[in-house]
Design a protein around this ligand. Structure first.
Ligand code: EPZ
Length: 424
């Protein structure tokens, strides 16, 4: 297993380019199951989750070619793949986002058998809202032997609320939306997720001939159409990758510029960084982040978009561990998502977790040691802490990081970090 080794204490300087968004690319790739003819999807990051999604789609008859410039060509031959409707445990267990083939399969092939994704290290991740939405469209769904088996004669438009115990659902909205685009009649989704990645999927589908209105609002209206066609589409920049690099600049008290950023997707992150005392200056499609040595503690609550993304919580926690005073982090999306805190404590951080809150008291310094990655964003938080820690940090189980960040150590090296990957 590979590990990352970081010599902390280097101030980052320079610029890096942000990739296309993983969490937009994954449902858009799945939506290609709906289209007649091949598509070109541009700006797709070269990461393990994209490889896994490609494997799942190939298993379903997809013909997929990746180009050096990050363009994916994806197509399915009509009439040749009707008998292929299974996403097996071996692939789904690698990545929860594979659940987003459920809606497109059901819509296009009238049948879907997708391994139940199960729990996950960031907490409970039920799919009851996905199932509720698809059932409202007329699907018969049962769960047996660890698989969700769904079938339908013809999906029919309906009014559906996707509000759950913890608020809205991102991939649940994607699943119901992709099922509804070819359904008979009109579907209204109340309490739809407004995340930029959901908007990107809707824009992709509209370019392919769908009729979706209310994009970016909590009420989506989808008028079913007969057929969708292949398109050429550029994925939005990854706001979580951008936010992670912004914190790399801030935590090292550095001065870095990020290219290919949609600043409007990062308002909550930028506002919080400014409240901490970081200088953030957007210029067109890029943003400059300048750190300094007088930061303030803050309170932070994760929420659905446009609130603070839960996928930035671990990175902010790493930064706040280095800020004198008491900060309180409240996790409202995945209340148990604090697995990174004991690892940060191993580095000398002072964190007390109480239910869905973490109280972080800044310490004069963090020190390098062995830490273990439990999930993608926890890993990002640990690498950020390693960049500023005194001494050497060994970050183990970095396969989680490879799922979502392309060449992370190479890009941090280019910014002046002393970081390398070791094949253990
Ligand atoms: C997406 O997961 C992202 N994944 C996650 O990013 C992200 O953390 C999450 O949205 C929240 O923003 C992808 O886009 C691939 P949810 P998703 O359904 O859609 C509860 C990363 O690191 N819920 O919006 O699976 C659920 O338990 C990943 O890139 C139900 O109760 O998340 C949670 O508390 C990690 N019933 C809340 O809703 C359901 O049927 C939000 O989950 C579905 C969800």
């Amino acid at each position: 297993m590979d590990k990352i080794v970081i010599e902390g204490g280097r101030r980052l300087e320079g610029s890096t380019r942000i990739n296309g968004a993983k969490n937009a690319a994954l449902p858009i790739m799945a939506a290609c199951l709906l289209l007649h003819g091949p598509s070109r999807i541009r700006g797709v990051p070269n990461i393990v989750d994209i490889e896994t999604q490609s494997e799942i789609l190939k298993n379903l008859g997809g013909e997929i070619k990746r180009h050096e410039d990050g363009t994916l060509e994806i197509g399915f031959r009509d009439g040749e793949n009707e008998g292929k409707f299974t996403a097996p445990y071996e692939l789904v267990s690698k990545m929860r986002a594979s659940i987003c083939v459920l809606g497109p399969l059901l819509s296009k092939r009238r049948k879907a058998k997708v391994s139940y994704p199960g729990g996950c290290i960031i907490g409970q991740r039920p799919i009851d809202l996905h199932i509720k939405g698809l059932k409202a469209l007329g699907a018969q769904i049962e769960t047996t032997e660890g698989y969700i088996t769904a079938s339908v004669e013809r999906l029919k438009g309906a009014e559906i609320s996707l509000m759950g115990q913890y608020g809205i659902t991102v991939l649940g909205t994607c699943n119901v939306m992709t099922a509804a685009v070819l359904a008979e009649g009109t579907t209204i989704i109340e309490h739809a997720a407004c995340e930029p990645e959901v908007q990107d999927l809707a824009n992709f589908l509209n370019k392919a001939g769908a009729k979706i209105t209310g994009i970016g609002e909590s009420r989506l209206t989808i008028e079913g159409v007969q057929e969708l066609h292949g398109v050429d589409y550029e994925i939005i920049p990854d706001r979580i990758e951008a936010g992670t690099f912004m914190i790399a600049g801030a935590i090292t008290r550095g001065d870095i510029a990020l290219e290919n950023v949609k600043v409007e997707h990062l308002s909550a992150v930028i506002d919080k960084l400014r409240e901490i005392g970081v200088e953030v200056t957007p210029v067109g499609n890029s943003v400059r982040v300048k750190g300094n040595s007088s930061y303030h503690p803050v309170d932070l609550t994760t929420l659905p978009y446009p609130g603070m993304p839960t996928d930035m919580q671990a990175q902010f926690m790493a930064l706040l561990c280095t800020v004198e005073g008491k900060s309180v982090i409240t996790e409202k999306v995945f209340p148990d998502r604090f697995i990174h805190s004991p690892e940060l404590q191993r580095m000398g951080a002072d964190i007390r977790v109480e239910g869905s809150c973490a109280i972080v008291s800044g310490t004069p310094f963090l020190s390098g040691t062995n830490v273990m990655v439990s999930d993608l964003r926890a890993g990002a938080g640990l690498v950020l802490a390693g960049l500023v820690a005194q001494g050497t940090t060994h970050v183990h189980r970095i396969y989680h990081l490879d799922r979502g960040y392309e060449r992370l150590e190479k890009r941090l090296t280019d910014l002046g970090a002393v970081i390398k990957r070791i094949h253990d």
